[in-house]
Design a protein around this ligand. Structure first.
Ligand code: C5P
Length: 242
């Protein structure tokens, strides 16, 4: 953890996080909340300790990703619920990478959950709470001015690099990385960096042995022991490797 940083005005409040300005215009403080929503905000609750678990997991993963060649917004973990990050403008295109069929992919295409995909699939969604994050393609993003062709090439390459790093990282911890969502932002000098979080809120994690769901699907599908699953994922991430 680092020294406290003075919080300025609230710049953005999402479903799971608040973003504050700091005295340095190139840096923000992100605060992780316990609030959980699913199905475009129709299901709401609190998952006790979720904010601190998601902060701890993201704070552990992002430095590894930096070393693997993925630029990120992460600077330092400040406290149990806070991170210092580089100020970025979020690109309103959510990127989902899938290794195994699950969730909306299975539903949309009628493919049984758990079906292994021949190669990772990268999908794009328009980040819009009002519209419920609809599926788009790259032509839509370019045509609407949400990202350039070049931005999207960079984003796709980085998303696949994240997947190539995280898949064996989690497998070494007996976790199958089924799919996950990433968000990217642009710094003041135009660099595209990985922003947001990587946590049980934004990934599907299945226990490699039992198949048990250790992610937000426990909340979405009323599977019970939501807090326990989040704590278990933190324990696996922070587990010493032999
Ligand atoms: O619901 P769907 O199957 O499309 O989700 C794919 C992956 O993206 C899941 O890991 C889910 O947790 C994540 N996701 C997310 N935020 C969204 C939509 C999906 O983190 N708004």
């Amino acid at each position: 953890m680092s020294a406290p940083v003075e919080r300025g005005e609230l710049r953005y409040e999402g479903k799971a996080k608040r973003v504050y300005a700091t005295p340095d215009p190139q840096q923000y403080v992100v605060e992780y909340k316990d609030d959980a929503t699913a199905f475009n905000g129709q299901k709401r609750d609190q998952i006790l300790g979720k904010g601190s678990v998601n902060n701890a997991i993201t704070s552990a993963l992002y430095p590894h990703l930096e070393r693997a060649g993925v630029p990120t917004h992460f600077i330092a973990q400040l406290s149990e619920r806070e991170q210092l990050v580089r100020a970025v403008e979020i690109i309103p295109v959510e990127v989902v990478v899938r290794n195994v069929a699950a969730g909306s992919f299975s539903k949309r295409l009628g493919i049984t959950e758990g079906t292994l995909l021949a190669r990772p699939i990268v999908e794009y969604y328009y980040k819009s709470d009002v519209l419920g994050d609809p599926l788009i393609n790259t032509d839509t993003a370019i045509s609407m001015g949400w990202a350039t062709d070049e931005d999207l090439s960079t984003i796709k390459a980085l998303a696949l690099k994240v997947n190539a790093f995280l898949t064996p990282y989690f497998l070494a911890r007996d976790i199958r990385l089924i799919d996950f969502k990433l968000e990217f932002g642009k710094t003041h000098d135009g660099q595209i960096v990985l922003a947001d979080e990587i946590s049980p809120d934004t990934c599907r994690f299945w226990d490699a042995v039992s198949g048990e769901r250790l992610d937000k699907d426990r909340f979405r599908r009323d599977l019970g022991n939501v807090e326990g699953a989040y704590q278990e994922m933190l324990a696996r991430v922070t587990r010493e490797q032999a």
